[in-house]
Each structure stands twice: as C-alpha cells, then as structure tokens.
Design a protein around this ligand. Structure first.
Ligand code: IPM
Ligand code: MG
Length: 350
C-alpha cells in the first residue's frame, strides 16, 4: 500500500490539508495517509521545524504533501530554525531538484486574472525550477562585521554542470509530452553561473534533445514577456532564485495564487514533495476562507507523478474543473465559499 505523508504545517496549511484528506478518502481509499508536525507547528513542540524522525518518515514515504510553512509568530526564531529553513532542509534531504510549477489557467477563471482574459485564456506554462542548489544553498554565506563598522551580507550563487544537466533533462523530457518548446532563463549577460547554465543547456540540447525547440531568454526579459504575452511560453527551465520569482508572477496570471500546485521531483523512484505555491496566509488562517484547490491540485500531481495513479489524477482534475464551471468560488476568486464548501464542491463533482 502506498503512503502519503501529509505535513499540514502553519497558517492555512492545516485547513487546506484537511480538504486533501477528504478527497483522498473518497478517491483513493487504499492510500495510507500519515500526518506529522512540520514548520512552526513542529518548532513550537520540538524546537525545530523538521525533526530527524519526520525527515526520515518523508524519505521513506511514496509522496509528501505539505500545506504551508511560516508566519510572523516565528519571525524571531533563530534563522536556521525558522519554518522556511525546515522547508529548504526537507527539499535538500529529499533531493527533489526539479520543481514543477504549472501556471495553468482554468477557463472559468480567465476573467479573474489581472491581465485581459484573451491574454490568459488557454494559458498553460510549466516552470521547471531548480530547487536544491543555487544561491539559496551556496556557501559561503553570512553577515560579517567590517573593520570600518559596517556589516557585509553575502550569499553565493553556484551551479555545477551536473546540477544544471539533471534539471535541464527534466525540462526537455516534459516538453516532449507538451508542445516541444523550452525556454531557459538565466542572466548569462552578467553572471558567471548564468553563463555556465546557458552553455550546459545548449550542450545538453544538442547532444540529447535536438528535436525540442530551445530558446534562451534573460530572466528579466522573461519577467517582462510573462506579463506582456504569456502564451508564448510552454516549458520554462530556470534556477532556484529566478524560478521562485518568475513562478509567483506567472501564478498570478492565472487569477489566484490559491489555485496553483507544485511538484518537486528527485531521481526516478524517489518520493516527490508536493506543495501549493501559496504561503501560510496568517491573515486569514483559521477562518475557513482559504482556497483549498492548490492543495487539492498538489494531491492531483502526487497521484500523477509519485503514486502512478493516472486515472485518479485525471478524475480529480476533471472534478476541480467541473466545480469551477459550476461556479464554485472561494473569496480569493471573488466568491463566498468557505474552505470546506470548496472541498464539498470538488467531492460532489467527483
Ligand atoms: C516557494 C517559497 C519558498 C522558497 C520559501 C517559503 C522558503 O517562496 O516555495 O516559492 O523561497 O522557495
Ligand atoms: Mg516563492
């Protein structure tokens, strides 16, 4: 029996994960769903956002689905023990280097975008963000005192050939099942790591994926093009930092951050880590206002990519579409459904 580890985490995480539990119980009753403390919720009990036990439990499961982490409550926790550090450590421990972030516009929501509906209707972008390298992990990093009384804060952006190749391969493979087009975004005009990124992607493409259409794009231009004419993109592969920023921008094109799931994948056969893209939204936590669809769609991705239950994934995606077509809207989508009522709508469509 396959195991899904739920890590509800903080803020709205537990509320949206509760709806995932209901969907899983109805759709995949044989799936064993475990739950563990994580993020600030774990810090409050164990003085760490990620215990060794939970890390091992995650590595031993078939898929991990996380709600959200962080919030003002833990702003003063030591930096290496903040909820966000627990998330980065979990990604690193699971070695989930390829973060798939679809920016997919549900037809019923084209009017909810900040762009004109015709610019986003039919939008289907897939970000492949490198997730366990780059400036978020590079050494050295720190804040140091300078002799003149100032301080110096510094981080290191670093990528090796193999780190770029393995995420590039994921992007090219996925492109083959879509429209066969990859944009690779970096800042090769100013950064050495960006230049290497471009060279490695170019070589990999020539060697193994000449059938895929490849375009290189500077990350700043990519940001501009995303809000100008987003439908020119299909798969966008980029590093950890640019992927973090560009995927937030793309997410908003689809109407709401509350809609978008993500999948972080490692080597074949290893468990994936699934997360809604939204944060813990402490301002609305506990009020039943959060949109559970990003978490539910993250479960859909887990079914598809880790649990190999394609039929169940297809049924769930269709149910979400049907719920939206029937007018189900939480507050972020301009409606008034509660978190649980949105769960009801998906269950009814299932
Ligand atoms: C994300 C988030 C995280 C990141 C934070 C919460 C550490 O912004 O998943 O995009 O920066 O990767
Ligand atoms: Mg982010």
């Amino acid at each position: 029996m396959a195991t899904l580890l739920l890590l509800p985490g903080d803020g709205i995480g537990p509320e949206v994960c509760a709806q995932v539990r209901r969907v899983a119980a109805a759709l995949t009753p044989d799936l064993k769903v475990e739950e563990a403390l994580y993020g600030g919720a774990s810090y409050d009990v164990h003085a760490t956002p990620l215990t060794d036990e939970v890390r091992e439990q995650a590595i031993a499961s078939d898929a991990v689905l996380m709600g959200a982490v962080g919030g003002p409550k833990w702003a003063d926790a030591p930096r290496h023990l903040r909820p966000e550090a627990g998330l980065l450590n979990l990604r690193k421990a699971m070695d989930v280097f390829a973060n798939l972030r679809p920016a997919y516009c549900f037809e019923a929501l084209a009017g909810a975008s900040s762009l004109k509906p015709e610019l986003v209707s039919g939008l289907d972008i897939l970000f492949v963000r490198e997730l366990v390298g780059g400036v978020y992990f590079g050494q050295p990093r720190g804040i140091e005192d300078l002799a003149d009384g100032q301080k110096k804060g510094f981080d290191t952006q670093v990528y090796t050939t193999s780190e770029i190749e393995r995420v590039g391969r994921v992007a090219f493979e996925l492109a083959r099942g879509r429209t066969n087009k990859v944009h690779s975004a970096e800042k090769s005009n100013v950064m050495e790591s960006g230049l290497l990124w471009k060279q490695v992607i170019t070589d990999l493409h020539a060697r193994e994926y000449p059938d895929v259409q490849l375009e290189h794009i500077l990350a700043d231009n990519c940001a501009m093009q995303l809000v100008r004419a987003p439908k020119q993109f299909d798969v966008i592969v980029t590093d950890n930092l640019f992927g973090d920023i560009l995927s937030d921008a793309a997410a908003m094109l689809t109407g709401s951050l509350g809609m978008l799931p993500s999948a972080a994948l490692g080597a074949p056969g290893k468990p994936g880590l699934y997360e809604p893209i939204h944060g813990s939204a402490p301002d609305i936590a506990g009020k039943g206002l959060a949109n559970p669809l990003a978490a539910i769609l993250s479960f859909e991705m887990a079914l598809r990519w880790s649990l190999k239950q394609t039929d169940a994934a297809d049924a769930l995606l269709a149910a979400v579409k049907a719920a939206l077509d029937n007018g189900a809207r939480t507050r972020d989508l301009g409606g008034s459904l509660t978190t649980a009522q949105m769960g009801d709508a998906v269950l009814a469509a299932l």
